[in-house]
Design a binder for this molecule. Structure first.
Ligand SMILES: [Zn+2]
Ligand SMILES: [Zn+2]
Length: 348
């Protein structure tokens, strides 16, 4: 199969992904294989490629927002939990059949047994493994995943629309839960990329006012088009106090002004997997009056299912810019340099 492979950590501007031929992967016990249709790109892919995250598997095929159809089922599961193949070999678990369109996200494996897994916090599992980081992802013609970690995709979305929901959407959804925004409340969003453009649609649907701080007039104009009441460049210009806030930009210096713009009792969630250092805080100015900071770590499968259901019901309209998968270096360069509105999607 054709795939975009990363052999060594390197700056994306050096074009480190190589278009190579690799054997088609075989699904293991309890796994399914997808014929990939498309895969959205994510800032986390940049963090993997450029080495901001601790190095894991190399070489690696990145990509963790995969849309494809199931083209092969692995042998009978051994220890991967609920999914079991039917005698006919055509069904991996109820509702999962050959030819079915499904999505694969960042969370690809949890142990199901640790203290976090058994208390509904599998996003914190000690043995969690991630797609396109610990195992090959979706910048390729085929990908494998655990049957119980794939998401059936609502018919409301085209392939290219569905892909951004699988990380940008799911993480945005968890960040929205973690910032405890009440229906009709005021939300501030810092950084207006692919997660934010999904979150704003959900928040607006729940009757909330949304204020956006983001770099680049293109992103501010996009935010206004998506229903932001106000969009500005400088976090210190926030015109109102908000009830909840989410920082999507990986910029620690945003934390202080974001806290200052919170109402008493407000909650700020930090959605990124990586953030530059946060400057020193002043207790009275930034934290007192029961302002809370919640980080966001990955997601549970329940977050994913709930996001897909709510996104289909609204319905959310993800904005995507399509690239050929062989152009993944250019797509990621555009992401890094803020040249994409919405989400970049690699079409296979
Ligand atoms: Zn666990
Ligand atoms: Zn991601």
């Amino acid at each position: 199969m054709k795939a975009m492979l990363l052999r060594q950590i390197a700056p994306i501007d050096s074009g480190p992904l190589e278009w190579v031929d690799l054997p088609i992967p075989e699904p293991g016990p309890g796994e399914v294989r997808l014929r990939v249709r498309c895969c959205a790109i994510c800032r986390t892919d940049l963090h993997v490629i450029e080495g901001d995250l601790p190095r894991q598997k190399l070489p690696i095929i990145p990509g963790h927002q995969i849309v494809g159809t199931i083209d092969k089922l692995g042998p009978l599961g051994i220890d991967t939990g609920p999914p079991r193949l039917a005698a006919s070999g055509t069904e991996a678990k109820p509702g999962l059949v050959l030819g079915q369109r499904v999505g694969v996200a960042w969370l690809r494996h949890t142990c199901g047994q640790c203290g976090f897994c058994v208390t509904g916090q599998e996003n914190l599992c000690e043995s969690a493994r991630f797609t396109g980081y610990h195992a090959d992802g979706g910048y390729a013609e085929y990908a494998v995943a655990r049957a119980d970690f794939v998401y059936p995709l609502p018919a409301a979305f085209t392939d290219v629309e569905a892909a951004p929901l699988l990380c940008a959407g799911i993480i945005g959804y968890r960040a929205l839960r973690r910032c405890q925004l009440r229906p009709g409340g005021r939300l501030a969003i810092y950084g207006f990329g692919s997660s934010a453009h999904v979150v704003i649609q959900i928040a607006r649907h729940r009757g909330c006012e949304v204020y956006v701080v983001t770099r680049g007039e293109m992103h501010r104009e996009f935010a206004r088009q998506m229903g932001a009441i106000w969009a500005g460049e400088d976090a210190h210009d926030m015109p109102v106090k908000v009830d909840s806030a989410i920082i999507f930009a990986p910029a620690g210096e945003l934390v202080l002004p974001a806290l200052e713009s919170l109402n008493k009792g407000g909650t700020l969630s930090l959605a990124g997997i990586y953030m530059t250092p946060i400057p020193q805080m002043d207790y009275e100015r930034h934290l007192f009056y029961e302002r809370d900071v919640h980080s966001v770590t990955c997601n549970t499968r329940e977050d994913g299912r709930d996001l897909l259901a709510e996104a289909a019901a609204i319905p959310i309209r993800p904005h995507a810019t399509a690239y050929s998968v062989a152009d993944a270096n250019r797509a990621l360069q555009d992401l890094k340099h803020d040249r994409i509105s919405g989400t970049g999607v690699l079409v296979i």
